[in-house]
Design a protein around this ligand. Structure first.
Ligand code: URA
Length: 289
């Protein structure tokens, strides 16, 4: 809906929204506002649109409901991710990977990464594992969990009566933090919208967060592993449309990171309890010894 706007304000908001889109951020939260903000956003979506002054008569004709509908539309457009409406998860993942590109959005791109480690597995998986970030082996091979921790994860998956190929595996950050340090908050926040989009594309029944970094980033809460484990959370990837007709979120469980279990094997029994809870949810029978 055309409005008279301060051109400088309009173009700076448009530039800001495009900047966020380029960062992979498509979701904007909307407060109840006068229609002006909506018009600014419309200009961002259609930068060539010419703003026209509102005539006093038409202003009085405009019902609040009409305004709300226009705002809704505008923010729908802005929130649309490139994979939106693509029902084939493999195609949706491909689009997300293309959108990620040769990412330089956070400092990790210039801290020695060899390649981006996007994710691996069944695009239609019922079960998805999320780790922290690639290590040296993953950076070398371009696939998550292929080193020692990956071997243990494979054994955990096998013990659940399924194969690595049946699940999907990804990380919070897609580039190796130097020296395998914990990814910084800024790095996680920059990268996690892509993880959220991967989860929304795959639409699993259960996500298992491996370790505190994955748990805290997915659940947006800070608590100890003891507090986080042992229960399911209702999980919806941040930024997912609430009106997605196919999928309304999934369950999320937290367990120990395999690298931690390699350091402290006494905790394997606890991790197995977490996985058994997941198996019950998915109707899986453990592999026979
Ligand atoms: N640790 C992780 O968190 N992710 C990997 O991909 C490998 C090790």
């Amino acid at each position: 809906m055309p409005r008279t706007l301060d051109p400088e304000l309009r173009s700076s908001l448009a530039a800001r929204i495009r900047y966020y889109n380029e960062m992979g951020i498509y979701d904007f939260y909307r407060r109840e506002t006068p229609g002006e903000v909506a018009a600014l956003a419309a200009d961002a979506a259609e930068p060539d649109a010419v703003a026209e002054p509102i005539q006093p008569e038409s202003r009085t004709e405009m019902s609040a409901r009409k305004d709300a509908a226009v705002e809704e539309n505008i923010f729908e457009v802005l929130a649309t991710k490139p994979e939106q409406g693509v029902s084939d998860p493999a195609k949706a993942l491909k689009i997300i990977r293309e959108d990620l590109g040769d990412c330089t959005r956070c400092p990790l791109h210039k801290q020695g990464r060899k390649q981006i480690v996007f994710g691996v597995g069944n695009p239609s998986a019922e079960l998805m594992f999320v780790g922290e970030g690639p290590g040296a082996d993953e950076d070398q091979q371009g696939e998550p969990f292929v080193g020692r921790a990956g071997q243990l994860l494979n054994n955990m998956i096998k013990a659940m009566g399924i194969t690595r190929e049946q699940v999907y595996i990804a990380n919070v950050v897609k580039c190796r933090p130097p020296g395998n340090r914990t990814p910084e908050r800024e790095e996680c926040e920059t990268c996690s919208p892509f993880l959220m989009r991967q989860i929304a594309a795959i639409k699993p029944k259960v996500v298992v967060a491996l370790g505190a970094v994955a748990a805290k980033n997915l659940l947006a809460m800070s608590a100890s592993m003891a507090q986080l484990r042992g229960r399911f959370y209702d999980f919806k990837p941040t930024g997912m449309r609430s009106n997605d007709p196919d999928w309304d979120g999934c369950k999320l469980a937290v367990t120990y990171h395999p690298a931690f279990l390699l350091r402290d094997p006494r905790q394997k029994g606890e991790a197995w309890k977490d996985l058994q809870m997941v198996m019950r949810e998915l109707g899986l029978k453990p592999q026979k010894a």
